[in-house]
Ligand binder design. Sequence first.
Ligand code: ZN
Length: 409
Amino acid sequence: MDADSGRTPRDPYEGEAGIQKETGRGEDARDVFRCQACGAAYPAAGTTWRCRCGSPLEWAGREPSFSLEAIRTRPADLWRYAEALPSVPAWARVSLGEGMTPLVEERRGGRSFLLKLDHLMPTGSFKDRGSAVMVSLLRAWGIDAVVEDSSGNAAASLAAYAARAGIDCRILVPESASPAKLVQAQAAGARVVRVPGDRQATARAAEREAVGRYYASHVWNPLFMEGTQTAAFEIWEQLEGRVPAAVVTPVGNGSLLLGLARGFQALRRARVASQVPTLIGVQAKGCAPLARAFARGDERPAPLEPGDQGRTVAEGIAVARPARGTQILRAVRESGGTFLEVDDDGIWQAAEWLARRGCFVEPTGAAAVAGLFQWRAVAGAAWEEGPVVLMVTGSGLKQADAWRGRMGA
Ligand SMILES: [Zn+2]
């Protein structure tokens, strides 16, 4: 589906001059989504979620600032970084106390590294960072109904925050989606609608619904990435105002990797960090369009072989066509980083290794650790430059059945 089919963009906000106009709902002139490819701008509270040129949009942003001293006096949720987030009045903030997840040290093979335990977020995944910020803005703008297409952690997270905000939530999923992953969203009161066909058919259905309902997509909506960048802020704060040498993270749609890149860039722009860490993206061998494109030097995700789409136990990163693929590849290149491919065996070994150290994660959540075990052998130099952080992204309770199968129980 093209960017504009199914809707007529009325866009009085396009271009520089448009930024000055009232959006009608947002009270801040920066409540604008901007296209990085062609420069067009759209009101963030409107129904446009993709540029008419087809590219993803980004929050127009603000000049971030950080004061460790001030931040440390505030409650341990995402809003302690309010000067670097879209502005939301205090009454509209929707919070479950998300954030400030532990950063713990581990060792293996004589090397030490840090695990960022985002599987301990309120709904069991890092997605709460994105949902908390996005839903807070929607509440501030008076949006009372949203649609999202996800059959995993994003659905569970959005449903929880929407419930807390009193926003009606509709989740579209492929008919083949496993019921276990949907229980959490349904329990929060979201209406789950099964769409015949594959994942792409569900995405198209969501795009059609997004004409009348706000599309709170964890992939397309730029507000989501504004939230995930807080992972970078926390790591910086937990390292006493330093940034690590490298951050390793699982990548499917890239909402965490892009948030990390954006967050570390914000820290550098605010002059509280001198560099952006090397970003290492980890993909599953069964579904690695970004890792393959990166290896070839391509700017866009590589098309996958038929039958090679999503065949991995790491279902959270089994994304055949990442919408923000070009952005993700650019962010990793600009950081001097790379991509790694890990197979399911490696992912399970990493998950078991984590579980034996007290961290019960779903297979996707162990992908960074699996990547590290592989990367360690080839990237000795990075270890000398400073700490290496591994993102641990989703709770093992999300895929207890897969664990049961693995253990033969
Ligand atoms: Zn554009």
